[in-house]
Design a protein around this ligand. Structure first.
Ligand code: PEP
Ligand code: MN
Length: 374
C-alpha cells in the first residue's frame, strides 16, 4: 500500500508533548465534578499532560448513555485552566468540530464508527480546513486498512499536518480474550506505507477489560508506537460507559511506571555487527524454508496428477484433519506456537488445493476463462 502524507512529528504538535505521548481520561465526560476530579488525580499521580473525555458518545443502542453534549466542552476548558493539561475529544461531524474549536479543545479524534464512513470523514475534513488542529484517526471498526488510510488522506488533504493514527483493535466474531482484536500486521503495513505518521495505541478499546492493558501497552511500546490512549476514571465501577476497561489514576500510574521503554535503534558498532550476524542466519533459514516449500508444492502437483488419473476428489477431509493434528503436535514438540502452526498449515493446504485444482482442471479452466462453458 502507498500512502503519501505531509506530516509534522508529535514534538511539533503542541509545546511540551512527551514521548511516549500518553492521553488519559474517562471514556465519557459524565459530570463537571467527575471530569475535574479525574483530571486532577491523573495530573497529580502521573504528570500526564493530555486529557481525554468523550462528549458525544457513539453507542450501539439508543437507550445507552450518549454523552453530555456541548456542556462537557466547558468542563474540559475548566480542566485546562485548573491543571494546565491539553484536552482531547471525539468528533463525528462538522458541528462537533466547530464546537470543539470554539472551546479551545487541543486534540480531536475521529472514532472507529466514523472512520468507516467517507462521507462523514469528508464532512469533518471540510470543517477542519484552514485550521491548525491536531487530529487523530482511529482505525475503522473492521479490518479495512484502505478505509483507515483514506480517512487519513482526506484529513491531510484539508491541510491538517498535525495528524496521527490510533490503533484501537478491530471487530472480529472470535476476538476473545480481547474486545477488539489487535491486528499488528495492519499497524506494520500502515507504518511501512508512511513512516512519518505517528501511531498511537488504545489498549482500553482493544482489551475491554483492565487485566490485559499492561500487556497491550508494552506490546505497543515494543512495536515502536508513539503513544498510548488509556481510559482512566476516578471511579471506574460507576462509569456510565465502558466501566469494565477503565483504570483508576493510581492504576494508570502503576502501569506507566512498569512500562519498559526501549530505543528505536543503536549506534553501537558491536550491536550492529551482532545483529547483522543474526540476520544473516535468518536470511539463510528463509532460503531453506522457501526451497522446502517449493518442493512441497511440487509433491502437491504430483498428487494432483495422480488423483486426476484415478478420478478422485481433491479434498480428503480425514487426511487433512490427521495431517493438521500431527503437524500441530510436532510443532509443539519443537517449541512452536500451535496456533501459528495451524494458521500456517491452513495457508499451505489452501495453496496445495489451489495447485491441484489447476492441474486437475487444466483444459476445463481454460475453457471457463474463455467463457466456453456457459
Ligand atoms: C472512545 O474512545 O471512547 C471510543 C468510543 O472509541 P472507539 O471509537 O475506538 O470505539
Ligand atoms: Mn470508551
Amino acid at each position: 500500500m502507498k500512502l503519501k502524507l505531509n506530516i509534522k512529528p508529535v514534538s511539533e504538535w503542541l509545546p511540551g508533548l512527551k514521548h511516549p505521548l500518553v492521553i488519559a481520561g474517562p471514556c465519557s465526560a459524565e459530570s463537571e465534578i467527575q471530569v475535574a476530579e479525574t483530571a486532577i488525580a491523573i495530573k497529580e499521580d502521573t504528570n500526564c499532560n493530555v486529557y481525554r473525555a468523550g462528549i458525544w458518545k457513539p453507542r450501539t443502542r439508543p437507550d445507552c448513555f450518549e454523552g453530555v453534549g456541548e456542556q462537557g466542552l466547558q468542563w474540559l476548558k475548566a480542566v485546562k485552566t485548573i491543571t494546565g493539561m491539553y484536552t482531547a475529544t471525539e468528533v463525528a461531524n462538522a458541528g462537533h468540530v466547530e464546537a470543539c474549536l470554539k472551546h479551545g479543545i487541543d486534540i480531536l479524534w475521529i472514532g472507529a464508527r466514523t472512520t468507516v464512513n467517507p462521507f462523514q470523514v469528508q464532512e469533518i475534513a471540510d470543517a477542519l480546513k484552514g485550521t491548525d488542529a491536531v487530529v487523530l484517526v482511529k482505525n475503522p471498526v473492521h479490518a479495512d486498512i484502505q478505509l483507515w488510510a483514506g480517512a487519513l488522506e482526506r484529513i491531510n488533504k484539508a491541510g491538517i499536518t498535525k495528524l496521527g493514527a490510533i490503533h484501537r483493535g478491530f471487530h472480529a466474531f472470535e476476538s476473545a480474550p480481547f474486545r477488539n482484536i489487535p491486528l499488528w500486521q495492519l499497524v506494520i503495513e500502515l507504518r511501512t506505507a508512511c513512516k512519518e505518521l505517528p501511531i498511537i495505541c488504545d489498549p482500553s478499546h482493544i482489551c475491554g477489560n483492565t487485566e490485559l492493558i499492561p500487556y497491550i501497552s508494552q506490546k505497543a511500546m515494543d512495536m515502536a508506537l508513539d503513544g498510548l490512549m488509556i481510559e482512566t476514571h476516578i471511579q471506574p465501577g460507576i462509569a456510565k460507559s465502558d466501566a469494565k476497561q477503565q483504570l483508576t489514576p493510581l492504576q494508570l500510574k502503576r502501569l506507566l511506571n512498569t512500562l519498559i521503554l526501549r530505543k528505536p535503534d543503536s549506534e553501537s558498532a558491536e550491536f550492529k555487527s551482532s545483529l547483522e550476524a543474526l540476520r544473516e542466519k535468518i536470511n539463510s533459514a528463509d532460503e531453506q524454508l522457501l526451497l522446502v516449500l517449493s518442493q512441497r508444492i511440487d509433491y502437491s502437483k504430483k498428487i494432483g496428477e495422480y488423483k486426476k488419473a484415478n478420478n478422485i476428489t481433491i479434498l480428503q477431509v480425514n487426511r487433512w484433519e490427521e495431517l493438521l493434528k500431527n503437524r500441530m503436535n510436532l510443532g509443539q514438540v519443537m517449541g512452536l506456537n500451535s496456533e501459528f502452526v495451524k494458521e500456517m498449515y491452513s495457508l499451505i493446504h489452501e495453496e496445495s488445493i489451489q495447485v491441484q485444482t489447476e492441474i486437475m482442471n487444466v483444459g476445463r479452466n481454460n475453457a471457463i476463462r474463455k467463457g466456453e462453458l456457459v
